[in-house]
Design a protein around this ligand. Structure first.
Ligand code: PMP
Length: 352
């Protein structure tokens, strides 16, 4: 017996990863379905990970002090208000476990990241989906969607899979508009792609019910290492640390993330490369008559005339070894999400 309600689980999500079955046996596959950094991590992160392997018989740090210190230095945040997890997925799960249970509501937008729903249901809470306005987060709809049972409000900014984002003034209006018993979670998985954007850190500092989550899986190119982090008021950090296992991050993951975050020149290089090829790809698609919203992240949501057209384009791209992501599960059947790859992948995608 289990108390977990029927829900789409991780095996359903894995299906969206882009036709793994179709590409079996194909050499030369270009994966543009998971918003990974095509340039990979900083070479310093690889070196640090290799050095950490020598100490594999030892348990890793349980307080993550060294990594939290590095994040604090680079982002200008107090290390004692940072918590690290196995991907930001784990921080999202901790928040739901700690703050939402049966009878509580967890709000997110209609194209919100899939883990918000999964983690809410896993915690026994009720997921509540709120409409967007033309694929953009609608602050009024989120405020109106809150009730006295709302405990968590998740938004990703920039949003996945739409790539759109709202201003910090709008985020502040949202923080002020939700009920006091609710925590606003600002998911900044793609924040580093936006020059000068603090992902809502200033709102965390000035309020007691705002949390920011970040990841090493996107611009830092370490999706396989599974490292994410959260920045929150100290009382929330203390609660989350009560449910965190002591060794939730491996020593190799900790070493890689610390070296990656400190290599700010490499991060800047990745941000610029992404901006260049994102514009190039959006223009190439527009010339083919395929529109997309202006993306602030490392992917483009290409919109087709019909679901059928998107489906056949997806099938054709797969036959050429180009794996993009169908987002029908997000009620966007006529769209394909394409990660901005390196120059060669972008050119191959546009040519196909
Ligand atoms: N939030 C958003 C909006 C995402 O797109 C992703 C990854 N796809 C995550 C969080 C989770 O990333 P990770 O667990 O790898 O840190």
């Amino acid at each position: 017996m289990t108390h977990i309600a029927p829900q789409p689980g991780i095996m359903d999500i894995a299906l969206y990863e882009g036709g793994a079955a179709h590409v079996k046996g194909m050499s030369n596959v270009t994966k543009l379905s998971s918003n990974e950094n095509p340039l990979g991590p900083s070479p310093k992160a690889i070196e640090a990970m290799q050095a950490a392997v020598a100490q594999m018989h030892r348990y890793p740090s349980s307080d993550h002090a060294s990594l939290r210190g590095a994040i604090g230095d680079v982002y200008g945040l107090p290390a004692e208000q940072i918590i690290c997890g196995a991907g930001s997925d784990e921080i999202i799960a901790f928040l739901c476990q700690a703050y939402a249970g049966p009878g509580d509501e967890v709000l997110f937008t209609e194209h919100g990241f899939a883990m918000y729903r999964i983690s809410a249901l896993a915690a026994g809470a009720t997921p509540v989906e709120v409409r967007e306005r033309e694929r953009v987060t609608d602050v009024d709809a989120l405020i109106e969607g809150c009730t006295d049972r709302t405990r968590l409000v998740f938004i990703a900014n920039p949003n996945n899979p739409t790539g759109t984002m709202i201003s910090t003034a709008e985020l502040a209006r949202l923080a002020d508009g939700i009920p006091k018993q609710a925590i606003l979670v600002l998911d900044g998985a793609y924040a580093e792609y936006v020059e000068g954007y603090d992902a809502g850190a200033s709102l965390v500092a000035s309020r007691d019910n705002v949390v920011m989550t970040r990841t090493f899986s996107k611009i830092y190119g370490l999706g396989g290492a599974r490292v994410g982090w959260g920045y929150a008021p100290k009382p929330i950090i203390d609660v989350l640390n009560r449910i965190r296992g002591p060794f939730n991050l491996s020593s190799t993951a900790l070493a890689a993330a610390e070296a990656a975050v400190r290599d700010t020149a490499y991060t800047e290089h990745c941000r610029k490369e992404n901006a260049t090829w994102r514009s190039w790809l959006a223009e190439a698609l527009a010339e083919l008559g395929i529109p997309s919203d202006t993306s602030c992240a490392n992917f483009i949501l290409a919109r087709f005339a019909s679901a059928q057209e998107a489906e056949s384009c997806d099938a054709y791209l797969q036959s050429r070894g180009l794996i993009v992501r169908r987002v029908a599960g997000y009620k966007l059947p006529a769209a394909l999400r394409m990660t901005v790859g390196d120059e060669a992948s972008c050119r191959a995608l546009a040519a196909a």
